[in-house]
Design a protein around this ligand. Structure first.
Ligand SMILES: Cc1cc2nc3c(=O)[nH]c(=O)nc-3n(C[C@H](O)[C@H](O)[C@H](O)COP(=O)(O)OP(=O)(O)OC[C@H]3O[C@@H](n4cnc5c(N)ncnc54)[C@H](O)[C@@H]3O)c2cc1C
Length: 452
């Protein structure tokens, strides 16, 4: 294996050193936003520049950024396909909280324990290391990942950091306004805290207009915003409050399981859900509590605002995003997932560049394949491409929990040069069997990711 070139780390260390040296001659150049004196920041900077305190690698080290559905599966299956790999999973969160089934949790159909799992259990049960840290960037020349706990060397790097919100695409450009909007009306598609806030909101809502939206573009979990509208309506119905759910869809029609959701909106929640297709959000008045679309303005008493999304900014900041990608996804080989020209760096899960459905099941089946690709690369072998599988349950009613589902695969169309849906099995009739199947599916997935 080639010895990594140390130039980049030197550059990174020199930059830090220069900053500290600059401090020795005073902080005249510091702006009003800088620490009062850079000396005060020195211990923090040293922390960033040192080597992270983790066990020394006992084999080729694979560093995985992001312990979501993709990263957790990747870590487990890398060890399975090549036990000689030293696998390190890094996540900024202290615990895993599942988004799949979280809509059922909002309506009290499962407990928080059902959704929450320990990264330590996953690592201990499957023979890899876990480090709680925020990844700040990486250098491909030196093969190093920089975190708020110090840097880590890698032989292979897997980027599975999920998605970020792109508020500019609903007309909210100012970073302070974006932050305020995120905290006040979280979309509930990126962090566990958002889910806790949303649950409190819907259980305390006193009545009036409650606004939800469906983003446009290739957003995370196509069915989830429609499912969420049903679960919020189910809670309002159970609480017998006078509330109207304004479901602003930025698309021209329901994007998936259309007949099933349309029937649920009408038959179960006719008094609650007002479905508004082609509602392209162009601005949000956070203080005034209203949303602007091309032709209308909608006042709300409370809201869940889910903006369009993009790939993790780690990708753009590293200068590896594809200039033609609307979501700033990386330029990767569509079959092998590595960066074009660099078989040491892979991008998987919802940050991937391929147009596969952004789902946990998709990420899980894909990660098993990519783990095999990386293991094969280390042995100078190849594996045949195989499609990820997407499986998605959508709850529409509670007591009993009733759900519908879809399973699909993908194939590459040589003529168009695009991926398209392949075999698909769609069940749009929602029933309690579907509800039970959704919970059994999730339990099986957690068992696979967290146990051996
Ligand atoms: C309400 C809802 C319902 C859903 N329902 C379903 C469903 O029924 N079926 C289904 O298949 N999918 C469903 N999904 C989609 C599913 O949750 C995602 O597709 C899946 O989580 C994607 O996995 P991922 O690993 O790519 O990203 P994530 O699971 O988001 O994991 C990314 C991880 O990276 C970490 N991270 C990010 N940046 C950094 C950094 N700089 N440093 C360190 N760590 C970092 C994050 O903390 C996070 O843990 C649903 C999603 C939502 C929100």
């Amino acid at each position: 294996m080639n010895k990594p070139d140390k130039t980049s780390r030197r550059r990174f260390l020199q930059a830090g050193g220069a900053l500290l040296a600059g401090n020795a001659i005073g902080s005249a150049a510091a702006s009003d936003d800088s620490p009062r004196s850079l000396t005060e920041a020195a211990p923090a900077l040293h922390k960033l520049l040192r080597k992270a305190s983790i066990p020394a690698a006992r084999g080729a080290r694979v560093v995985i950024v992001g312990g979501g559905w993709s990263g957790l599966t990747m870590a487990k299956y890398l060890k399975r396909f090549n036990p000689a790999f030293d696998v390190l999973l890094i996540d900024k969160q202290s615990a895993f909280v599942s988004f799949p089934i979280s809509n059922s949790w909002l309506a009290d159909q499962v407990s928080l324990d059902f959704l929450s799992h320990s990264f330590f259990d996953a690592a201990n049960n499957n023979g890899y290391h876990f480090m709680q840290a925020t990844v700040l960037g990486f250098e491909r020349d030196s093969r190093q990942v920089y975190t708020d706990q110090g840097y880590v060397d890698y032989d292979y790097l897997v980027l599975a950091p999920g998605i970020e919100y792109d508020y500019a695409r609903i007309g909210v450009e100012d970073p302070e306004a974006q932050s305020l909007l995120f905290h006040r009306y979280p979309g509930g598609f990126v962090t566990g805290s958002e889910l806790l806030t949303i649950k409190r909101k819907i259980h305390q809502f006193a009545g009036g207009n409650f606004l939800l939206n469906v983003p446009d573009g290739d957003y995370r979990c196509t069915a989830a915003p429609y499912e969420r509208a049903c679960m919020v309506a189910a809670v309002f119905k159970r609480r017998r409050i006078r509330a109207k759910i304004l479901l602003l869809d930025m698309n021209s029609e329901i994007k998936i399981k259309k007949a099933g959701f349309a029937r649920a909106f009408e038959a179960l929640y006719g008094d609650y859900i007002e479905y508004l297709p082609s509602s392209l959000i162009s601005g949000v008045d956070i203080e005034g509590r209203s949303v602007e679309t091309e032709f209308d303005e909608y006042a709300f008493d409370d809201a869940i605002i889910y903006p369009p999304i993009r790939a993790s900014s780690l990708i753009e900041e590293a200068g590896i995003s594809d200039q033609y990608s609307p979501q700033k996804a990386a330029r990767t080989d569509p079959f092998r997932y590595h960066l074009v020209g660099d078989e040491r760096v892979y991008v998987t899960g919802d940050s991937r560049s391929q147009p596969f459905s952004k789902g946990g099941h998709t990420a899980h089946s894909e990660a098993q394949y990519v783990a095999e690709v990386i293991a094969a690369h280390a042995l100078e072998r190849e594996v045949d491409w195989r499609s990820p599988q997407t499986m998605c349950f959508s709850a529409v009613d509670i007591e009993p929990l009733r759900a519908m589902s879809i399973i699909t695969y993908y194939r590459f169309n040589q003529q168009s040069g695009q991926f398209a849906f392949d075999r698909t099995h769609l069940i749009e009739k929602w029933d309690s069997q579907g509800g039970q199947a959704s919970l059994a599916w999730a339990e099986g997935m957690y068992r696979d990711m967290f146990y051996s």
